[in-house]
Design a protein around this ligand. Structure first.
Ligand SMILES: Cc1ncc(COP(=O)(O)O)c(C=O)c1O
Length: 338
């Protein structure tokens, strides 16, 4: 099938870029030094490619993602990098032979893990992002509590995502290191072999005590991450059709904020400045100087580059693997839901 034959809006993954991204991560963080975060793509087809690239374990954000990986035979070592207070579905998955380690950051979360049949946990430590995670000084005490409940404590995790918006690497680096020092101090109190942190922005940072990076966006990429100047290519785009062109100098595509995660801003339509998005429309203007004719006609296809990969993918039922104008495969976005 040709890309032009797809119904729009459609989510495209450009194969050459995807392969380059997989290869770059496998080169810099081979094997278990990267634990790809599947929340970025929610697709077992893509997760399988990450495993084939040499990464044996995965990070997930939801129970559904863990279950889907297990059903696909990809749950050899899954880290649920999120706190859950009803862990029974994870317990069932573990009893069925999946390996899922759960993040805990409170006495209540430890009890939920133990009561739900979870066997392994990491202590989630707050390293500056006001989200989940205990204070570094509480990590040792929580680990002791978990062990007293019969749980194996594999180590710690801490997500320094609040620093990833700093575009200048020379400013970002010392702050990331500081945050990771907090995690290292907690790791010393907790014990275990896992120190799990970071993401796409920090995949190449050399912080010796961090054993694995939870990178997700790198594999598909978005324009927000592109600003950091990382060597990952924009593999993901939303294919749209120009449904209307105004003689006053704008054109309208059939993708809008219901097919694009907009929390990091407007999509980019190369060559055509985006004016604004509404539910099912994106209005683009002229790429040339004022007054020059609009280089788009009704029926033209355009590719919009999302500003935020994770929520964009979660809005779609399928990803289309393409090689420029040729459709190669259809991948269900099969890890959606909770
Ligand atoms: C817990 C956790 N780890 C890692 C990541 C890294 O993902 P990315 O590579 O997209 O920055 C995220 C992203 O939000 C996250 O929530």
């Amino acid at each position: 099938m040709r890309v032009d034959e797809l119904q729009t809006p459609a989510l495209l993954v450009e194969r050459s870029h995807l392969e380059a991204n997989l290869a770059e991560m496998a080169r810099v963080r081979p094997g278990d030094r990267c634990r790809p975060h599947v929340k970025a793509h929610k697709s077992t087809s893509l997760a399988r490619l990450q495993r084939d690239a040499g990464h044996p374990g995965f990070t997930v954000a939801t129970i559904r993602e863990a279950e889907g990986l297990h059903a696909a035979g990809l749950a050899d070592d899954v880290l649920l990098a999120n706190v859950v207070l009803d862990a029974r579905r994870i317990g069932a998955l573990v009893a069925d032979g999946g390996r899922v380690t759960v993040a805990v950051d409170s006495e209540v979360a430890v009890a939920a893990a133990a009561d739900g049949g979870v066997r392994e946990v990491v202590i989630d430590v707050c390293v500056g992002l006001p989200r989940t995670g205990c204070r570094p000084e509480d990590a040792g005490r929580l680990a002791a509590l978990a062990r007293s409940r019969g749980l194996a404590v594999r180590g710690v995790m801490g997500y320094e995502g609040h620093l990833f918006i700093i575009e200048d690497a020379s400013q970002r680096r010392p702050l990331v290191r500081e945050a990771m020092q907090l995690l290292a101090s907690a790791a010393a109190d907790v014990g275990g072999e896992v120190v799990s942190a970071g993401g796409t922005a920090t995949y190449a940072e050399d912080i010796p005590w961090v054993t694995e990076v939870q990178a997700g966006s790198y594999v598909l990429m978005d324009t927000a991450y592109q600003r950091l100047g990382l060597p990952f290519a924009q593999a993901l785009s939303v294919l749209g059709t120009v449904i209307s062109v105004s003689p006053q100098g704008w054109a309208v595509t059939d993708f809008g904020l219901k097919s694009l995660g907009m929390d990091h801003g407007n999509p980019t339509v190369p060559g055509h400045p985006v004016w604004f998005c509404s539910d099912e429309h994106t209005t683009v203007g002229n790429s040339l100087e004022q007054g020059a004719p609009l280089a788009l006609a009704v029926g033209d296809r355009v590719r919009g580059l999302p500003a935020h990969v994770d929520p964009t993918v979660a809005m779609h039922e399928q990803l289309w693997l393409v090689d420029r104008d040729e459709v190669l495969e259809r991948w269900p976005v099969d890890l959606r839901g909770w």
